[in-house]
Design a protein around this ligand. Sequence first.
Ligand code: R5P
Length: 295
Amino acid sequence: MTLLLAFDDEAALAAKLGAALGVAPRLVARHRFPDGETRLTLPPVLPERVVLLRGLQQPNDKLTELLLAAAGARELGARHLTLVAPYLAYMRQDMAFHPGEVVSQRHLGALLASAFDAVVTVDPHLHRVATMDEVVPGRRGVALSAAPLLGAWVASRRERPVLIGPDEEAAQWVQAAARAHGFDAGVGRKHRRGDRDVVLELPPLDIAGRDVVLLDDVASTGHTLAVAARQVLARGAAAVDVAVTHALFVGDAVAALHAAGVRDVWSTDTVPHATNVVSVAPLIAQALRATTDDG
Ligand code: R5P
């Protein structure tokens, strides 16, 4: 028997995941003390296998609780602990881009490997480190992709769209989304000069009069996609929509996208957001069943 544990701010995804797995999720109870510390309460007796759902958007706020919950779960009987982090933070800092920079991906991975037996995530930003097994050394790492789900969503909404990824790293997701539906597709090149300052060179596809869908793994400030949207509209695209796996969308990111001419913004529910249209719950449930079957 596997227990699914989740935090209250992700109860919606937990319910969908529970329904897909045929289990009722249990919530971790949290009490926030006036000084900012948190008391966590788990079900007092846990089965051998526990799955903890915790997306790592706003990771700095969540990591302490996550590590405490994992350690507590082991004390209460969990022998095999799986973290389902639909969004896994700190994956983009996978090397020291400047001398002295901490390689956050490596150290966050080691921390998760010390606490969990397996880590399941969706569209992690893997680039120089290619697999989740490498991110969590000695543990089972599973990287799922929501790109085919987003591709199917786009196919249900647009006829003959052109799919464009803003940078080379998006090629994996663009290809996966385009493949099943025969979309025209391509990726650009990105040079990032600052948090809100990117220069893009989009692929030389003929997009005049076409519906363009910009596809990426994650949107944070939305700046990358806004720059891309302005460029495709300037090149004569009929309309531009956006589809992302992880809707971080900080601040006024969605408004900035619409101001840049974007029509619809679509995302999966890896990160709870008003733009969520596709659920990753069935995808995660299938992976969890396979992980359990493998022992
Ligand atoms: C990085 O390469 C990612 O794939 C995204 O393109 C990036 O994180 C988007 O960031 P922002 O929305 O802040 O431009």
